[in-house]
Design a binder for this molecule. Structure first.
Ligand SMILES: NC(=O)c1ccc[n+]([C@@H]2O[C@H](COP(=O)([O-])OP(=O)(O)OC[C@H]3O[C@@H](n4cnc5c(N)ncnc54)[C@H](OP(=O)(O)O)[C@@H]3O)[C@@H](O)[C@H]2O)c1
Length: 247
């Protein structure tokens, strides 16, 4: 790239794909990025729920697509529909995820497979298909919503299956950084603690609801990550609601 990097990259109509955009953190990210001036390609397995949740967004600047993380064919279809609609893809936010209880005493291998399919294999597939477009964009960005459970194993009440998949997503995020670096693609693993969504409602051992992070706070961090120039790579971004050593 000619000349020095800017201090910050403006939204400038950049096109961002967000998986699981119909509720929770994904919806908060969609609303924040729309307000900031990004164009959005939103993926959800229930497109009716997605349309209802995002009815306030400007249809001229938003594509809503069917994306089921467990259906491999949905990924290339969504990526190609995004490129066809906007002519470019500047960023991918791997947000869709599930939490199921799998420990040595609870859950089974089918549930473990489900966790891998949604939390790891789907983000892998999305990165693989989006990468050529992100490289062409010049300053492509990948944001993977991992978890503090990607960084350590906190307590025996925590799903081992969830922690395993989030650790794997962290590895995937670092690998994506290497894959895209020379073409200006940067990859970030955002690793939040407890965020106030359905995902952790009533979960044993989790931070009290009143102390959980607001999804809009996570959305603000995603906006910050997307504003970083190529020479300010944020490989990991931990954010925690509770006191822990190093997190
Ligand atoms: N909440 C927390 O404390 C917390 C902390 C750290 C990280 N995270 C991560 O943040 C991400 C978002 O979680 P959240 O808290 O917003 O949870 P949430 O409110 O339960 O929302 C999960 C989202 O993922 C989607 N999803 C689930 N399975 C899917 C599938 N097979 N195909 C496509 N989409 C699917 C859901 O769609 P449906 O509506 O169709 O189910 C929904 O949009 C997840 O990756 C989660 O692991 C959450």
């Amino acid at each position: 790239m000619a000349g020095p990097q800017p201090a910050l990259m403006p939204p400038d109509d950049r096109v961002v794909m967000i998986s699981g955009a119909n509720r929770g953190i994904g919806l908060a990210i969609a609303k924040r990025l729309a307000a900031d001036g990004y164009r959005l390609s939103l993926g959800a397995r229930d497109t009716g729920a997605l349309a209802a949740a995002t009815a306030d967004l400007d249809d001229a600047r938003v594509l809503r697509a069917k994306f089921d993380a467990t259906v491999p064919a949905d990924t290339p279809a969504w990526v190609e529909a995004t490129a066809a609609r906007f002519g470019r893809i500047d960023a991918l936010v791997n947000n869709a995820g599930i939490l199921r209880q799998v420990t040595f005493d609870e859950g089974d291998e089918d549930t473990l497979d489900e966790l891998w399919a949604v939390n790891v294999k789907a983000p892998f597939r999305l990165i693989k298909h989006a990468l050529p477009h992100l490289r062409r964009a010049g300053h492509g960005r990948i944001v993977n919503i991992a978890s503090t459970d990607a960084k350590r194993y906190r307590a025996p009440t925590v799903s081992i299956g969830y922690a395993m998949t989030k650790h794997a997503l962290l590895a995937l995020s670092h690998a994506a950084k290497f894959a895209g670096w020379d073409d200006g693609v940067r990859s970030t693993a955002l690793t939040p603690g407890a965020v106030r969504t359905d995902l952790i409602a009533g979960l044993p051992g989790v931070t009290a609801t009143a102390d959980q992070i607001d999804p809009a706070t996570i959305a603000a961090l995603v906006a910050t990550v997307l504003s970083m120039p190529d020479n300010a790579s944020i490989a990991e971004l931990p954010v925690n609601a509770r006191l822990e050593p190093t997190l």
